[in-house]
Design a protein. Structure first.
Length: 105
């Protein structure tokens, strides 16, 4: 199945990640109990993150730290995701803003 951007989705509605290629935690490298985490979330942006590949794998510890704002993990991920998506899709900052609301870097 393809999404509205022409990208093939897996059975859970995710396009391939443009942020990482491996099956390990984005932050610590753990390979156990991984959770998919959308870089941009909330009602409007979670679906776009899934559709455009703006997601990473996180272990439970790093996922909790990200949501608890430990070590600026959320900020780091959003900045990285913006850079990757702008590069991957050839977007300007304004085009990125049109998709995800604001400039993160």
């Amino acid at each position: 199945m393809k999404n509205e951007y022409g990208i093939t989705l897996d059975g859970h509605g995710y396009s391939p990640s443009i942020l990482q290629s491996g099956e390990e935690c984005f932050f610590c490298g753990s390979e156990y109990d991984l959770i998919r985490h959308e870089a941009f979330f909330g009602t409007a942006y979670r679906k776009k993150s899934k559709a455009l590949g703006c997601w990473v794998n996180l272990c439970p510890q790093c996922h909790m730290e990200l949501h608890d704002h430990v070590d600026n993990k959320d900020k780091t991920l959003k900045e990285f995701a913006q850079g990757c998506s702008m590069s991957h899709y050839g977007w300007t900052v304004e085009e990125f803003r049109m998709h995800f609301g604001k400039n993160r870097i």
